[in-house]
Design a binder for this molecule. Structure first.
Ligand code: ADP
Ligand code: ADP
Length: 225
């Protein structure tokens, strides 16, 4: 059960006002896309939610609690970036288990949870491979497994398909949606691709100039003249 309520979020980089009062919500189990052109503030918003950036103003409530002062490791969110950022010298198993090791989960439980996460992303059997021996799509699925293995309260995805070719993009896109829905995880998904946002989301937050200018379901957005 994770609901998110963001209000009045502001963020400056020096003289640049990157976020100018971002407001949006996600209900339990919803996938909400942040859609808009380059520079509109999507990544900055996501990084504020993840805890990699501290906003200058506003609040980010997760199940009613303002998390702005919570460090990233206490937020228990799963994060997937466009460049998979796997550890190149670690195997698939070790990459996925990393977040569990850091949390000092017992080895037997690690084995069980990694197996579950790899099954979800359909990579069972590839535990011993190194990232370089995998396709881009497979690497991104490892990154997804690594985000899911900690059983996150929230899944944060920043252009996770950007580095994949068209065929793999389809495959990973539907896998993300399937896993997100099956697990019932509330998710934010950053993209500049309108078709992708429309196909994947429960609701779309259209951003422009550091603000959310439209927040509606894909159906409502299509029906608007
Ligand atoms: P998007 O993800 O929609 O492309 P960003 O959140 O990356 O947008 O950027 C929002 C604005 O903030 C842009 O004007 C961008 O140039 C600026 N910006 C982003 N990151 C930095 C940074 N580290 N330093 C200075 N300006 C930044
Ligand atoms: P995205 O497409 O995800 O917004 P960008 O390619 O715009 O990413 O930015 C890549 C990196 O450069 C990010 O870390 C972002 O914070 C930083 N960045 C973006 N705009 C600026 C800027 N105007 N000045 C300094 N850093 C920036």
């Amino acid at each position: 059960m994770t609901q998110v309520d963001i209000a009045g979020l502001t963020k400056r980089y020096g003289g640049t006002l990157a976020l100018d009062g971002v407001a949006l919500q996600a209900r339990d189990g919803e996938l909400v896309s942040l859609l808009g052109p380059s520079g509109c503030g999507k990544t900055t918003t996501l990084r504020c939610i993840a805890g990699f950036l501290t906003p200058d103003g506003g609040e980010i409530r997760v199940d009613g609690q303002d998390i702005v002062a919570l460090p990233p490791q206490k937020r228990d969110f799963g994060v997937v970036f466009q460049n998979y950022a796997l550890f190149p010298h670690l195997t698939v198993f070790q990459n996925v288990a990393y977040g569990l090791q850091v949390r000092r989960i017992a080895p037997a439980e690690q084995q069980k949870r990694v197996a579950e996460a790899l099954a979800l992303v359909r990579l069972t059997g590839l535990e011993s491979r190194l990232p370089r021996a995998l396709s881009g799509g497979q690497q991104q699925r490892v990154a997804l497994a690594r985000a899911l293995v900690i059983r996150p309260r929230l899944l944060l995805l920043d252009e996770p398909l950007a580095n994949l070719d068209a065929r793999l993009r389809d495959e990973v896109r539907w896998l993300i949606r399937e896993v997100q829905q099956q697990a019932g995880i509330t998710a934010f998904y950053v993209t500049h691709d309108q078709a992708e946002a429309m196909a994947l989301s429960d609701r779309v937050a259209v951003m422009k100039g550091g603000r959310v200018v439209q927040f509606a379901t894909p159906r409502e957005i299509y029906q608007r003249p």
